[in-house]
Design a protein around this ligand. Structure first.
Ligand code: FES
Ligand code: FES
Length: 168
C-alpha cells in the first residue's frame, strides 16, 4: 500500500484548458481523467457508470474528439483542450440547443446517461448534418452510449430536433 505522503509526492500538476478556461490541478499518475474532472475540478456532470469504456456516460471532448474519460489517465490529458457537459450551456445559463432538445423530446428519465449522450450528440452534429438521416442512422451514431430508461425513441427525436435547431 502506498503511504499518503508518497502518493502526494507523486502527484503532478497538470495544466489544461477545460471548457475554455485554463486550469491547473494535481493528479496522481494512475488517476483516471474522469475522476480528475469530477474530484479535482468539481465537474461532476461527467458521470461514471461502468468505468470500462462500455456505457458512454463519461464521454467528453478531448481536443475536439469524443472520448470515454474513464479510459484515459489524467496525466495523458496534460496540455489538452477538454469540453465537458458543463461547457455546453451558454454563459447566461440558457441551454444549448442539444440540451433543450433532450428536454423537449423527453430524451431522458433518470438522467444518468444524459451527459454522455449530450456530448456524443454534440460531437456528432459538429461533423454531420442529421437532417436527412433516418432514425436507424441516428441510432447507429449514438450506439456508443447506453440508456437503461428511455427506450431511445426520445433520444433519437432529440438528436433530430437539435440538428434542425443548430442548422438555423
Ligand atoms: S464510465 Fe466510461 S464508458 Fe462507462
Ligand atoms: S435516462 Fe436513465 S439511463 Fe438513460
Amino acid at each position: 500500500m502506498i503511504e499518503p505522503k508518497t502518493r502526494a509526492t507523486r502527484a503532478r500538476t497538470l495544466h489544461l484548458n477545460v471548457n475554455g478556461k485554463r486550469v491547473a490541478a494535481k493528479a496522481e499518475p494512475r488517476m483516471l481523467l474522469s475522476d480528475f474532472l469530477r474530484h479535482e475540478l468539481g465537474l461532476t456532470g461527467t458521470h461514471v457508470g461502468c468505468e470500462h469504456g462500455v456505457c458512454g456516460c463519461c464521454t467528453i471532448l478531448y481536443n475536439g474528439v469524443p472520448i470515454r474519460s474513464c479510459l484515459m489517465l489524467a496525466v495523458q490529458a496534460r496540455g489538452s483542450r477538454i469540453v465537458t457537459v458543463e461547457g455546453l450551456a451558454n454563459e447566461d445559463g440558457s441551454l444549448h440547443p442539444i440540451q433543450q432538445a433532450f428536454l423537449d423530446c423527453h430524451g431522458l428519465q433518470c438522467g444518468f446517461c444524459t451527459p454522455g449522450f449530450l456530448m456524443a450528440t454534440y460531437a456528432f452534429l459538429k461533423e454531420h448534418s442529421a437532417l436527412r438521416m433516418t432514425d436507424e442512422e441516428i441510432r447507429v451514431a449514438i450506439a456508443g452510449n447506453l440508456c437503461r430508461c428511455t427506450g431511445y425513441q426520445g433520444i433519437v427525436r432529440a438528436v433530430r430536433q437539435a440538428a434542425q435547431t443548430m442548422k438555423k
